[in-house]
Design a protein around this ligand. Sequence first.
Ligand SMILES: [Cu+2]
Length: 473
Amino acid sequence: MNKRVSMLFTIAAVAVMGATLFGSTYTQTQIAGQSLDINKMDVDVIEQIHQMGGLQLVMPEAFAETDCGVLSNSKRKVVEFNLTGESVELPIMGGKTYNAMTFSGQVPGPTLRVTQGDVVKMTLTIPADEVTGHGNDMHASQISASAFESVNPGETSQYCYIAEAAGIFKYHCSGVKLIGMDQHVLSGMYGIAIVDPVDGYKKLMVEKTKVNAGKVSVDRKFYSADALEFQLQYNQLYLTKDGNYDAGAMFQHHNTATVVNGMQFGYVPNMAHNLLVKGDVNKNIFVAQPWNGLEHKQYQSQLLFVENDQHVRLFVENQGNEPVFFHIVGEILDRVVQGNRVQSAATETWLLGGSQGMIVDLVFDEPGAYAAVNHDYAAIYTGAATVFVAGDPFGLNPVLVEKGVIPAPVASYAYALGNPSDAVPPMGKNSIAHPALNIHGLMTDEVASEMQASGDYVALWEVIPVVAEILTS
Ligand SMILES: [Cu+2]
């Protein structure tokens, strides 16, 4: 059978989706940007596509083997990745909620972690009571776009592919025959796949200087490939006052919020940190503490704790509609890797366009608080500020030991308070285990309860009152 079957598009489809999605072959049929009346476009063109029943991709079996039966017997490891498409209500900053769309009840969706060469078996289930269909487009795959066809409520769909390229890759809902893809993704239907290099990660070289006999020279320091890992996914929310998706605001790039792993300012201090540092839960150590309070449960903000002189690896993905100028206030990005190739070393900021990811390796040299930001001021002030705390900058070790919170001085506060679960990817090649993980993230109460029942996570809202009792007694 000839597998090179042509794609059939309608002119309207190409006009809207453009070359960004399907490649430069179709650029000539795009509507030039300046000819569009932005205020009308979202209504008229989308309505036209809606009336013709959506965009139907006809491109069966392109170039790679995607048959699950064949791939299951290919002597490769098969990793199952099961997702459900669920519309749920989730909180936003300021005490309101919004109408979120999720993979498996959480934003971002579950992180898939595999090794280069593994077979991914993706199964998407849409519950019968779900209000709309959904699809899943995984950028780690190299298969016909027809695999990403939407699935109706009450149905299940599956596809398989070999994760051939190492790196970090977005996955996202493809809407209902591409209708509403923007709404579904920007309302929460996105996540990442981490594909570890089959030969493992490289050791990290950090360049410093030293003085020897009055002469300054380069001092190269090498760190093992094993690293403490975090994931940071940037996106925006475009919402009406009622918490519904605002397509008009999206077309004009007027975002309501900038989110990291689904939340604005989700990784800033909370009352536990106030208590530890100021001795009072109500004395804020950070200007904005929007998720501060036991009633926030899994949404209670948390900090990211690392040790000094430790290899830290960050998986960063831009899921959104705006560029991300990734920078860590007070640090230098020791290495930037994309596509399993080093792109830069010792750089201050690295730019991620939409649907682009990178792996950042770095070492936090001195004890202190460091803010990872999108160095776009509009993004920083609408939520893209994430605080890392390295070592023991507040000199808390003696107090924590004396009060019996920890038996001996620790290299990071993670040993006393843990790290937030949603910022930590599943373990892979060269991962250093975190001391403890707290239930944290934009997830439904159901998902949080399941995590608590698993016994693998700490419920911070139950721990904080105990720690407070110990510290104030
Ligand atoms: Cu969807």
